[in-house]
Design a protein around this ligand. Sequence first.
Ligand SMILES: [Zn+2]
Length: 216
Amino acid sequence: MQQSSVSRTPTQLTFMASCALPTPWATFQLHAFVEDSTGKEHLALTLGDVGNGEPVLARLHSECLTGDALFSQRCDCGAQLEGALRRIAAEDRGILLYLRQEGRGIGLINKIRAYKLQEQGADTVEANHQLGFADDLRDYEICAPIFQHFGIKSLRLMTNNPRKIDALKSLDIRIERVEHIASSTRHNARYLATKAKKLGHLLPPLAPAHKPDENN
Ligand SMILES: [Zn+2]
């Protein structure tokens, strides 16, 4: 079931294991954590000395199985993930958190149900509402113990999402925003426009050449 925001206790996380993770862009260190209350497994990829006190280039990526692993063009998650890893590799230093909160927190099956509703005309926010969920159920408190684990207090955060910035500021982490734009395609143009209009994402106006595909 989804967590309510009433009477929270600080999120507890246990560090489990780490190893080297070679990628096309750099060899990262991959660190695995388990959320004590739910058993969910979260990951952090780090490169370089992230605990030396200098602001760390960072990305908080919420799991999107269809976008990250199955090349879905319904959203921009796969491109955002790859773009973030490339930028961290280019700087030789940074951190990417891979958070297991699929479908803005509604889970994989409900995300597929929401996609079906979108094929029938709803946008991404309306589809969540029709299924009885809020716009965005993602919880960024999970990040606090991970950043603590690495001794990170200050981020250069790659994001277009003001909710993410507010959530981290409330966790007492210093944030400087770094723009992180993935290009739009004919399949995700409407999705990106809805994120900008209804969820406050800071995105540039879409190129008129990309006529939104109303079937997606
Ligand atoms: Zn996605």
